[in-house]
Design a protein around this ligand. Structure first.
Ligand SMILES: [Cu+2]
Length: 112
């Protein structure tokens, strides 16, 4: 009977860990830089949650992801990608741009 009690506790503990893990894990969103533009230019994300932004630079030249409202900046070398954690965000619009090609590389995050 001892064994059954222990395995029962183990199952409950495992279930708790799974629930906590899914609540705290950041959701992934991908932005692609191509020909000095962001794709998509508008990215909708849930408000109040931590977001994992994966920025893929498909151009051969470096770009700098920059957002004053998100207080983030990160240089992404050509043909590589970077991960930027943002949030939890209040509902609203957060502009970002590519500092090295500011005329074309512009976008916004909509937190809803
Ligand atoms: Cu900068």
């Amino acid at each position: 009977m001892q064994n059954r009690i222990y395995s029962g506790r183990f199952i409950v503990l495992s279930a708790l860990l799974m629930v906590c893990g899914s609540v705290s894990a950041a959701e992934n969103y991908t932005l692609t830089i191509k020909e000095h533009r962001f794709e998509p230019e508008e990215l909708e994300v849930p408000a109040g949650r931590k977001i994992k932004l994966i920025v893929k630079n498909e151009d051969s030249t470096p770009e700098e992801f920059e957002s004053r409202s998100l207080k983030r900046e990160k240089i992404i070398p050509g043909k590589s990608q970077a991960t930027i954690f943002v949030g939890p965000l209040d509902p609203g619009t957060y502009d970002f741009f590519g500092e090295f090609h500011e005329e074309s590389a512009k976008g916004r995050i909509l937190a809803k």
